[in-house]
Design a protein around this ligand. Structure first.
Ligand code: NAD
Ligand code: TYD
Length: 336
């Protein structure tokens, strides 16, 4: 059995990756280390929790006593665990530095002690490049992160690289664009807007709605990671972009259409502080290795909306019964 340590596997992308990995690799045993913060939920893993090839460990990546031995026992580490929401990093950045930077440091230190480690995948983000007015970011571009989340991720991204350059830890760094799909926490634009629309609540569009994000289906992300784990080159950075650059206002109209609602639900609100105008990833490097996104955005978005419609059991408890979620929504958007 190949021993794979996934961190943050109870979150959105991590849980999709765990499910994908168990389905795709019969010879993988996945250990899943997750702190179960507000964003990490056992519900995300409901269908794989009892799989004998999946072991769930409830713990913090910053805790070397817990995380260290798991890293030391692994053949591959796929490190997703992070604080991930830009708006929360604007409200309070401390936990972003703690988890995203220090947590990565703890894992990388342990990786130094594992001579049989074959791959350490540092999951970074397109946000490390900062706002890109024109053209597309390539892997060698300067990093210009512009919000505390992106800056923390950039710190971790370069720290991971340094552990390859200095200590020969078999690191690859991946920078993906905005993911969408099932099990995304309803604070990010797509699940927030879909679930609001289902309840005829307004959808808060920041600024003029002209900001552009490049959307990547989470399963296309998983397939890219699988390819890179097997054929990536240590010390290298790989962009993973969906090639679907969409303005928020257009995305919002399409979501409302799929949800069977009208544009009257759109509520223009004050812009996010330091709001990056546009992200755009050049993906020639990954495409040269044989990867192509397989999910057309129209289809993927329609299916994603349908997933939230069909899985109210998953999101209603968060939106209706989680006091921390309600407090966050009120702090971010004001009282309804
Ligand atoms: P998420 O917020 O849905 O999940 C994060 C997970 O990490 C949760 O399960 C949480 O419990 C866990 N976690 C947080 N702190 C932890 C700690 N100290 N110890 C152990 N576990 C901890 O995030 P996501 O959207 O799935 O993103 C996963 C990774 O992908 C992150 O590293 C993020 O920066 C990166 N990324 C995300 C996107 C995106 O669009 N969502 C795009 C590019 C890169
Ligand atoms: P988000 O899903 O938070 O991802 P990121 O900030 O990592 O790109 O936001 C995606 C885009 O949607 C971003 O330009 C901000 C915008 N947005 C809104 O207009 N309203 C909202 O309520 C949210 C959460 C995001």
């Amino acid at each position: 059995m190949t021993k794979v340590l996934v961190t943050g596997g109870a979150g959105f992308i991590g849980s999709n990756f765990v499910r994908y990995a168990l389905q795709t690799h019969a010879d993988w045993h996945v250990t899943n280390l997750d702190k179960l913060t507000y964003a990490g939920r056992r519900e995300n893993l409901h269908d794989v929790m009892d799989d004998p090839r999946h072991s769930f460990v409830h713990g913090d990546i910053c805790n070397a006593a817990v995380a260290g031995p798991l890293v030391e026992a692994a053949d591959y580490v796929v490190h997703f665990a992070a604080e991930t929401h830009v708006d929360r990093s604007i409200m309070a950045a401390g936990v972003f530095l703690k988890t995203d930077v220090e947590g990565s440091f703890v894992l990388l230190e342990a990786a130094r002690r594992n001579p049989k480690l074959q791959r350490f995948v540092q999951i970074s983000t397109d946000e490390v490049y900062g706002s890109v007015p024109e053209g597309s970011s390539t892997e060698t571009d300067e990093l210009r992160p512009r919000n505390p989340y992106a800056a923390s991720k950039a710190g971790a991204d370069r720290l991971a690289y340094s552990y390859w350059a200095t200590h020969d830890v078999p690191v690859i760094v991946t920078r993906a664009s905005n993911n969408y799909g099932p099990y995304q926490f309803p604070e990010k634009i797509i699940p927030l807007f879909v679930t609001n629309a289902m309840d005829d609540l307004q959808v808060p569009l920041y600024g003029d709605g002209g900001n552009v994000r490049d959307w990547l289906h989470v399963l296309d992300h998983c397939r890219a990671l699988d390819l890179l784990i097997h054929t990536g080159k240590n010390g290298e950075v790989y962009n993973i972009g969906g090639g679907n650059e969409v303005k928020n206002v257009d995305l919002t109209h399409t979501i409302l259409e799929h949800a069977g609602k009208t544009a009257s639900l759109i509520k223009p609100v004050a812009d996010r502080k330091g709001h990056d105008r546009r992200y755009s990833l050049g993906t020639a490097k990954l495409q040269g290795m044989g990867w192509q996104p397989q999910v057309p955005f129209d289809e993927g978005l329609r299916e994603t909306v349908a997933w939230y419609q069909a899985n109210e059991w998953w999101w209603r408890p968060i939106k209706e019964r989680d006091p921390a979620y309600k407090a966050y929504i009120e702090a971010q958007y004001g009282k309804r």
